[in-house]
Design a protein around this ligand. Structure first.
Ligand code: BG6
Length: 477
């Protein structure tokens, strides 16, 4: 047991994305999204159209099984559930004038179910699932027209659900556009053909769109809370050499610029210097500047790992990671997919973000992707996932430390509370859940749900508001 104290009303739950769970890719009037043509995952090239090997087309069939799944979340005591709306369910092509009623009605039903169980929804408007038509016809976010299409979509969602959904996120991991332009920004032009100017112009359009819909949300209902969402990754200097520390500073700037703009309402000096020195002249209108001034209510982020940086060009930055990699840390162990495990990094990042922005924070993704073995125990099928329990326990202990440090944190949602299709590799065998889903990488399986050992563990953490967590020495390499 720890002396961990999470504030009263702290929100506990899990997080998902439409394209990784819903399936039913062509049902209910849904249009194609960029995920329907990336069978190998968002890090890889697209293919011409939907193919049978794309696990996301069926996902875990949440579209038809949402009631059963939400009931299991409720059994664990969730007080919040983060999910995304598939943009292409609401506007199948993205550029229509009127929304698809069948798509809107689906999320009404999901919200009814959450309400029945007293679970607060937290909705991501855009989670790597730009309508494919917007990628093909407009080249995604490189095109300024996307701002208007996104605003229409967001307004539709706020007007429809704004009286029952308080918490909203504009773009999932917005800082990933730099690394996966198609997956994150719906940019159809191959990466190698994109100039830096193209990329930063696309980013600018997303930042403007995010700020503009934050204003729209507040106009529709001043009680709505709109947050940004970024990949957090503490970056450590490989050595005490000041050149390594400067390398860290530069890498931090590249990554934190997004939330700096979201929270301050303008581009910081270091970004302006970067644009100047790299000949990047962005098209920024007066209206854009006015829009950007509508800052977010809170900052949310994913946290899986940390990384190192070095000022020495000889040092290889070949460490795997959540979309971004870097120089591997010689002191840390890694997951089966090479992501280095660093619970203390979460405390560091919570403090860094709080100190930097003084905005309430929300951890909306954290978890361990691992290969699970379904076994029979006392006549029940389960997974003895002590490794997952250890990972989550150790991270949550550090969250408690950060709260003790004075960080204002609204809640914590683990990534993939139920097994889902991986974003980077499109595998189902990279499992994060408390609930096992019987589906395999070759698409076989009954889709039956089974509770893993971590299911009861997380239920107890929530029931005791964190008091059941165990402070213990964290294993390194
Ligand atoms: C984040 C994404 O990058 O990490 C999720 O927001 C993703 O969509 C999660 O699933 C875990 O990554 P992966 O590649 O293991 O699915």
């Amino acid at each position: 047991m720890t002396t961990a104290r999470f504030p009263d009303g702290f929100l506990w739950g899990g997080a998902t994305a439409a394209n990784q769970i819903e399936g039913a890719y062509d049902e209910g009037g849904k249009g194609l999204s960029i995920q329907d043509v990336t069978p190998r995952g968002i890090m890889y090239d697209r293919v011409a159209g939907p193919t049978a090997d794309n696990l996301k087309l069926e996902g875990i069939d949440f579209y038809h099984r949402y009631a059963e799944d939400i009931a299991l979340f409720a059994e664990m005591g969730f007080t919040v559930f983060r999910f995304s709306i598939a943009w292409s369910r609401i506007f199948p092509n993205g550029d229509e004038d009127t929304p698809n009623e069948e798509g809107l009605a689906f999320y009404d039903r999901v919200l009814d179910e959450l309400e029945k169980h007293g679970i607060e929804p937290l909705i991501t408007l855009s989670h790597y699932e730009t309508p494919l038509h917007l990628a093909e016809r407009y080249d995604g976010w490189v095109n300024r027209d996307l701002i208007g299409f996104y605003e229409r979509y967001a307004r539709t969602c706020f007007e429809r659900y704004g009286d029952r959904v308080k918490y909203w996120l504009t773009f999932n991991e917005i800082n990933s556009v730099l690394h996966i332009p198609f997956g994150s920004g719906g940019i159809n032009t191959p990466r190698e053909e994109l100039s830096r100017k193209d990329l930063y112009q696309a980013i600018h359009h997303e930042l403007v769109a995010s700020a503009r819909v934050t204003r729209v949300a507040h106009e529709i209902n001043p009680d709505l809370k709109v947050g940004c969402m970024v990949i957090s990754m503490p970056i450590y200097p490989l050595t005490p050499d000041p050149d390594d520390v400067i390398a860290v500073m530069n890498a931090d700037h590249a990554n934190l610029m997004f939330s700096d703009v979201h929270t301050r309402g303008y581009y910081p000096g270091y970004a302006q210097r970067f644009f100047r020195e790299n000949g990047i002249v962005l098209d920024i209108t007066d209206q854009d500047r006015e829009d950007l001034a509508h800052t977010v209510d809170f900052v949310s982020f994913s946290y899986y790992m940390s990384i190192c940086e070095s000022g020495d060009p000889q040092v290889k930055a070949d460490g795997a990671g959540n979309i971004m990699g870097g120089v591997p840390n010689p002191t840390l162990a890694a997951s089966e997919w090479g992501w280095q495990i660093d619970p203390k990094g979460l405390r560091i990042v919570l403090n860094q973000f709080w100190d930097r922005w003084q905005k309430p924070l929300f951890i909306v993704e954290n978890g361990l992707g691992a290969k699970d073995q379904l076994v029979e125990v006392d006549g029940e099928m389960t997974v003895e996932d002590d490794y997952r329990i250890a990972y989550l326990n150790d991270h949550l202990v550090q969250v408690a430390e950060a709260i003790e440090d004075g960080v204002e944190l609204w809640g914590y949602t683990t990534w993939g509370p139920i097994d889902l299709v991986s974003a980077s590799t499109a595998q189902l065998s990279k499992r994060y859940g408390f609930i096992y889903v019987d589906r395999n990488d070759d698409g076989t399986g009954s889709l039956t749900r089974y509770k893993k050992r971590s299911f009861d563990w997380y239920a107890e953490v929530i029931r005791t508001n964190g008091a059941s967590l165990e402070a213990r020495e964290v294993l390194k390499v």
